[in-house]
Design a protein around this ligand. Structure first.
Ligand code: SAH
Length: 347
């Protein structure tokens, strides 16, 4: 059976206003089954159920965090698992979605990397995370306006599926998200970045996980850095900007004594000269056995101040959901100690 969620709306099975009704059921009402789509004729509903599935997950568990974030743990039909994180803010609702089961990038400070690569997610399994989270939160999927491809996986290594899912996120009759509120984060793969720049109907935001401005440090913490030099990554970021006119974000997880020296702040500022960019400093989120520690607050502040003094636009990303194991780099399918895990659907 085909999964309806794998399809771009242009490829939906119905025509005209019937198609609009179907899209409304899926993306506005977040219908969990074709049977719920009461304004479609029974025959159409029966045909849809005979040919398509709607829910790509076997089961979903939730792990709430004390800050209001909720980690969603999905079990797929092949029993593999992956996660999404829902983050409500005062003025917006954000979802962080996975693009793979596990991740091949194996960054030394990231718990997902330690799992290794499981498999690519299908477009439906990516879009389905948004629908399932909305259902779990009791809201319309279209109320989730902000999305980051920053969960498990390297989105540029599951390129076609991620692009299809992004087009479904943006499609006005599907999730209708604004391209300015969809961000793809990559470990820094120049070929993929150039390819993304050429998707000119898409225009989503790009974030690059740089994490170090010098080759030695970057290669120590990011295995793929051996294949992609910082110079190549920066060249592709410049091309991306020239093509799209978009500001590029650089993510920088602060690792104590590794990449938090002031000379590295200076080097980073040098690298960014002439590029319209933003640096997101992320305090390292701890996990058992990572072998890395957080940069102390005073050192983080000094690093921040140095970047700012050098004219770099910089902010600190305080990760959400740490106590639920839901913060950046903690996604590793663990349910922390005593946190209550709610089961929301089992088929
Ligand atoms: N593969 C993509 C998507 C992951 S996004 C990428 O590399 O960008 C998750 C972000 O959190 C990345 O910037 C990642 O490097 C960062 N991260 C990973 N482990 C972390 C940790 N333990 N603490 C803080 N940030 C971490």
């Amino acid at each position: 059976m085909l999964s309806l969620l794998d399809l771009h709306p242009d490829a939906y099975p119905l025509e005209g206003y019937r198609k609009r009704q179907l899209l409304q059921w899926v993306f506005e009402h977040g219908a969990a089954s074709f049977a719920d789509m009461t304004n479609l004729p029974a025959k159409v509903r029966a045909e849809l159920s005979a040919s398509y599935t709607l829910d790509p997950f076997l089961s979903i568990e939730t792990v709430p965090s004390s800050d209001g974030s909720v980690k969603y743990l999905f079990t797929l039909p092949d029993l593999k698992q992956m996660e999404a994180v829902y983050m409500p803010y005062e003025d917006r609702r954000t979802i962080c979605v996975s693009t793979m089961v596990g991740c091949p990038a194996k960054c030394a400070f990231c718990a997902t990397g330690a799992l290794g690569f499981g498999r690519n997610l299908t477009p439906g399994e990516i879009v389905g995370q948004v629908l399932a989270v909305a259902r779990g939160q009791g809201i319309s999927p279209r109320e989730i306006r902000n999305l980051v491809f920053m969960g498990m996986g390297e989105p540029l290594l599951n390129y076609e599926h991620v692009m299809t899912s992004a087009r479904i996120m943006l499609h006005e009759h599907a999730l209708g998200m604004s391209k300015r509120r969809v961000t793809l984060s990559t470990v820094g793969l120049p070929r993929g970045i150039r390819k993304l720049a050429a998707e000119d109907d898409l225009g989503i935001k790009l974030a690059i996980s740089l994490h170090a401005p010098d080759e030695e440090t970057r290669q120590r913490i990011i295995p793929t850095a051996h294949a992609n030099t910082i110079a190549e990554i920066m060249a592709s970021a410049r091309e991306y900007q020239a093509f799209t006119g978009r500001r590029v974000t650089f993510e920088y997880a602060m690792l104590r004594g590794v990449n938090d020296h002031l000379w590295q702040a200076d080097l980073l500022a040098d690298l960014l000269r002439g590029l319209v960019s933003h640096v997101n400093l992320i305090p390292m989120n701890p996990w058992d056995g990572s072998g890395f520690e957080e940069t102390p607050e005073a050192d983080l502040q000094a690093f921040y101040d140095r970047l700012e003094a050098r004219g770099v636009e910089v902010s600190v990303r305080r990760s959400r959901g740490r106590d639920a194991g839901a913060a950046c780099g903690q996604l590793a399918l663990k349910k922390p100690g005593a946190a209550p895990a709610g089961l929301i659907s089992l088929q």
